[in-house]
Design a protein around this ligand. Structure first.
Ligand code: NAD
Length: 295
């Protein structure tokens, strides 16, 4: 068996086209233009690149972006003031604070200061709790993107064995909760899991988000499994690779996502979707995403 490669760029492009259409409908019906504030603290080059990508993606679909660059020396209280100002601005429907923040900043307080209705990254504790009970306002972008990829390929989740490798707050845990909500049987593995392969081999759907190149080898994967590689690793030769031995696992899986070009393009796209949904909600329009957003 040779896996079908899931083309995340193509799926993301079609969702971005839907985004453009939603923005246009919103503008015509209500005069509202969706707005996203992106807060960048310090001068981490990777963070600056992510922010630049997000700002560019907003422009491509007609979302107005508000870029806030703050020095690494800023204190928590001043950052909270900035969040409060952005929260009160009716032209802003989503607020994103690029992580990681400098270590002296109280990240939890900052994320909790973003009003739930503008928390398009889905990191506020209310939205995190919503994932547990199944009525999240804004699903976190990376796991949301994975769900949309599975949906796009017509891959059923209900009743299937799903193994999520990685248990971070932004990828692994919300991923597991969203798939459990869709009635999969979910196992979560992490760095302390003993004998990872005894779990991964049972997976009908294997989602890997550990940040370790070549963590998943062909002998760890069941024939016919769906393999979603969230990992992004820069190799010593400068190339980007995921967490899965792509060429080897491809010979066994039924579907596989490449890195780059798989989950990555979906993450920013789902941020756009969440921002538009937020603007639609603020304008009192029924949101196209609302049925899908039920985590
Ligand atoms: P993280 O470092 O916060 O968490 C990594 C998780 O993997 C932890 O739970 C850890 O216990 C687990 N882990 C580490 N080594 C392991 C091992 N040997 N076996 C099993 N589990 C192991 O990372 P994160 O923020 O969740 O990101 C994970 C990866 O996904 C990174 O490569 C990151 O760059 C990538 N990522 C990609 C996107 C995207 O859009 N494609 C978005 C976010 C993160």
């Amino acid at each position: 068996m040779v896996a079908k490669i899931i083309d995340g760029r193509q799926v993301a492009a079609s969702i971005r086209q839907e985004c453009r259409e939603r923005v246009e409908v919103l503008r015509q019906r209500t005069g509202v233009v969706p707005g996203l504030a992106v807060v960048l603290v310090g001068d981490n080059p990777a963070s600056a690149l992510y922010v630049a990508n997000k700002v560019r993606a907003c422009g491509e679909v007609g979302i107005r972006s508000f870029r806030q660059e703050l020095p690494a020396s800023i204190d928590t209280a001043t950052l909270l003031d900035t969040i409060q100002r952005l929260s009160a601005d009716p032209a802003i429907h989503g607020i994103l604070v690029q992580l990681p923040l400098p270590p002296h900043i109280d990240m939890r307080r900052v994320l909790s200061a973003i009003p739930v209705e503008k928390d398009v990254d889905g990191f506020h504790l209310y939205n995190v709790g919503g994932l547990v009970v199944g009525n999240t306002v804004f699903p976190p972008c990376t796991p949301y993107g994975v769900c949309r990829l599975l949906e796009h390929e017509g891959i059923p989740v209900e009743a299937r064995n799903v193994v999520v490798v990685g248990a971070s707050n932004i990828v692994g845990k919300p991923m597991a909760l969203m798939l459990m909500q869709r009635e999969a049987t979910v196992s979560i593995c992490h760095a302390k899991t003993r004998d990872l392969a005894q779990y991964t081999i049972l997976a009908d759907i294997l989602v890997v988000a550990a940040g370790k190149p070549n963590l998943i080898l062909p002998q760890m994967v069941k024939t016919g499994a769906v393999v979603i590689d969230v990992g992004i690793n820069r190799l010593p030769n400068g190339k980007i690779a995921g967490d899965v031995d792509f060429e080897g696992v491809r010979q066994k899986a039924s579907y596989i996502t490449p890195v780059p070009g798989g989950v990555g393009p979906m993450t920013v796209t789902m941020l756009l979707v969440n921002t538009i949904t937020s603007a639609e909600r603020a304008a009192g329009l029924p949101t196209e995403g609302s049925s899908r957003n039920a985590a």
